[in-house]
Design a protein around this ligand. Structure first.
Ligand code: HEC
Length: 440
């Protein structure tokens, strides 16, 4: 079969404007490593931390395993890694670490951290050999900005007011808006989200307002329908612990208009202790020629109605793929009953293609799936997002299988579907030249 997708020839420097939606997730696939037939003899005879293991940890682990991130321990030095060597071997062999939940071949998504079988064997050999250190001068430097912002110091940091969270019975969904107002129009390449304390927020969807939007000045609970604007259209990004920021796409930016505010729907899950949420959002201004706009296709399954004890209730949402767009990333979202999720593209010649398959959804992991090579729309094709939930007693996460479940923001309600993010060329008269976010 000919591949109906024309993959764009220029990998778009693999960077995306992250904008997203309501919650995010991750599912557990029995992650498939790359088919790698290399015999052990192809491995180096001496495997050392400095020459072999440190680069693997840098590229696949320390986004989360470093101070201030979500993992329980830091893996940035030999001294830190050594006591964890056996646990590392076990977790990588079982393909629980690094977490990534889409199935399919390695290398399709730019944030696919999975290890090849050869790399797993290398780690194994290193542990068998008694975790040799090597010459630490050869260990790679860590590419982490000291500021804690992985993309470097933002052009603008907007602080949300402090908010007290936590407590066992607290499962809160709160809209909060930062008091800051943009003093003039600005073109934004990407944003990053820093909760400072990674324990406090389950996930957050981040919005910018537009002129005429009315926002609450105090924390407000409920669903997005209460506002006089459609928050779904305004979503820029959905953040979850462990999610790394995306630098944005070449030539793509969004205009934040004078007077705009930034807000987010914060989901705080129950937590033993109380804590203070001190979230900041880092804003990165665009530079250069802006010749692409950013858009979303919405597949949110807000009409779901899951019967009690249903093992595999499924709901599909379909939308035409607009001509001329290039698809950059996918997001799917469910809660505790989420079982699996996939996107299928249907082509006019009658063929179908699964473009994202998350066979074992797990709400604890909330990634965005960034395509390494964007997908150019085939005219007259459609996209379908299929969500499957398990409301049976066999689902260990299910709080109560006897309930009929509907769409809602609380953890015990459900969500489904997802969002496709895309870029589209701007008409020549809509292109702008931008310096530090300001149109020239
Ligand atoms: C996206 C974030 C993320 C990445 C990337 C990641 N980890 Fe983890 N890791 C976690 C979190 C969170 C936990 C604790 C929760 C859990 O076990 O699921 C964890 C747990 C572990 C544990 C078990 C700790 C224990 O208490 O037994 C090991 C070992 C581990 N990771 C190793 C690795 C290695 C090695 C890599 C890279 C090859 C890696 N992780 C990549 C987030 C991550």
């Amino acid at each position: 079969m000919t591949n109906p997708l024309q993959v764009s020839p220029e990998p778009l420097l693999a960077l995306a404007l992250r904008k997203l939606l309501v919650l995010v997730l991750i599912a557990y696939s029995g992650a498939i490593g790359a088919a790698d037939k290399s015999p052990n003899s192809e491995l180096p005879s001496t495997v050392t931390y400095s020459d072999h293991i440190a680069p693997i940890l840098r590229d696949h682990c320390i986004d989360c395993h470093r101070p201030g991130q979500i993992a329980p321990m830091s893996l940035t030095t030999y001294a830190e890694v050594r006591p964890w060597a056996k646990a590392i071997r076990k977790e990588v062999a079982a393909k629980r670490m690094p977490p990534f939940h889409a199935s399919g071949p390695l290398g399709r998504f730019s944030n696919d951290l999975r290890l090849t079988d050869k790399t797993i064997k290398l780690i194994n050999r290193w542990v068998d050999a008694g975790v040799p250190r090597g010459d630490l001068r050869n260990a790679p430097p860590l590419p982490i900005a000291d500021s804690g912002w992985s993309l470097g110091e933002p052009d603008l940091v907007i602080d949300f007011p402090e908010y007290r969270v936590g407590g066992k019975d607290r499962d809160e969904n709160v809209y909060r808006f930062a008091p800051f107002k943009f003093p003039h129009d600005v073109w934004v390449r990407t944003i990053d989200f820093s909760p400072r304390d990674n324990r406090v927020i389950h996930h957050a969807s981040i919005y910018f307002t537009e002129p005429g939007d009315v926002v609450p000045e105090t924390p407000t609970t409920g669903l997005f329908h209460q506002f006089n604007f459609n928050t779904l259209d305004r979503i820029w990004h959905t953040w979850g612990p462990g999610m790394q920021p995306h630098a944005g796409y070449q030539g793509a930016a969004r205009l934040i208009e004078k007077g705009a505010r930034i807000g987010a729907l914060f989901h705080y899950a129950p937590m033993e202790e109380e804590a203070i949420d001190r979230t900041s959002v880092g804003i990165y201004f665009a530079n250069g020629k802006i010749n692409k706009s950013v858009g979303i296709l919405n597949f949110i399954a807000d009409d779901l109605k899951i019967p009690p004890y249903a093992h595999a209730y499924s709901l599909a949402k379909e939308a035409p793929i607009p001509d001329g767009i290039e698809i950059t990333h996918f997001w799917v979202h469910m809660h505790l009953r989420g079982r699996s999720s996939k996107y299928i593209f249907h082509y006019p010649d009658g063929t179908d293609e699964v473009v994202l398959d998350v066979p074992n959804y797990n709400m604890d992991w909330q990634p965005m799936y960034y395509l390494k090579d964007s997908i150019k729309a085939v005219p007259n094709s459609t996209a379908e997002c299929i969500s499957v939930w398990d409301n049976s007693a066999d689902n260990p996460q299910n709080p109560d299988p006897s309930q009929t479940i509907r769409f809602g923001v609380r953890t015990q309600d459900e969500m489904g579907g997802g969002i496709i993010f895309y870029l589209k060329d701007r008409a020549p008269e809509e292109c702008v030249s931008v310096v530090n976010g300001i149109a020239q």
